[in-house]
Structures are given as structure tokens and as C-alpha cells.
Ligand binder design. Structure first.
Ligand code: ZN
Length: 89
């Protein structure tokens, strides 16, 4: 979902939206134990990350508030050396 216009579209779950990497060996999901329903998808090829809200597992995605309520995911990703250009805006 676009954080600005809330447009939704389908995207391959096993691909990086930043570099189009589809090699599953360099893609990972980081689940946060204390917050089921929220995760990070990371790419070892470009070191990009994407915050993921899984509403089927307790995540709640209401824009734009979700950007603030999930800022801990941005901090965690950056601490581990991943980057997301959208988070720099
Ligand atoms: Zn990538």
C-alpha cells in the first residue's frame, strides 16, 4: 500500500520491491516476537527493508497512523543495517 495515496496492489511476496531481487536465499522475514502481525521483510542484496502489517495475525493498518505506530520497526531495521528510502522522507 502506498503510504501517501493508500493505493493497494498485489506484489510478489518473495521479491524485493527496491531491487527486484527474487532469490529467496537473500530475502528474509524478521518477525517481532512481542508484536505479532508486524514484521520486516529484508533483502540482503540491496539491504532494503519493507515494513509489513499482517491483518490476519493481529496487525492493524490504518494510514497514516501506522507509520508512527510501527516506527520501532524502522529503528530495528536501521540498527541491523537495513535501509528504506521511503523512511527518509
Ligand atoms: Zn533488494
Amino acid at each position: 500500500m502506498c503510504r501517501y495515496c493508500e493505493t493497494e496492489w498485489l506484489f510478489n511476496l518473495l521479491a524485493c520491491p527496491w531491487c527486484d531481487n527474487e532469490d529467496h536465499r537473500s530475502l528474509a522475514f524478521l518477525q517481532i516476537e512481542d508484536t505479532p502481525g508486524y514484521a520486516l521483510h529484508v533483502c540482503e542484496q540491496c539491504r532494503g527493508y519493507l515494513k509489513v502489517v499482517d491483518e490476519k495475525n493481529g496487525g492493524f493498518c490504518q494510514m497514516p497512523a501506522v507509520e508512527i505506530t510501527t516506527i520501532y520497526l524502522d529503528i530495528l531495521a536501521r540498527q541491523q543495517g537495513y535501509y528504506n528510502d521511503a523512511a527518509n522522507i
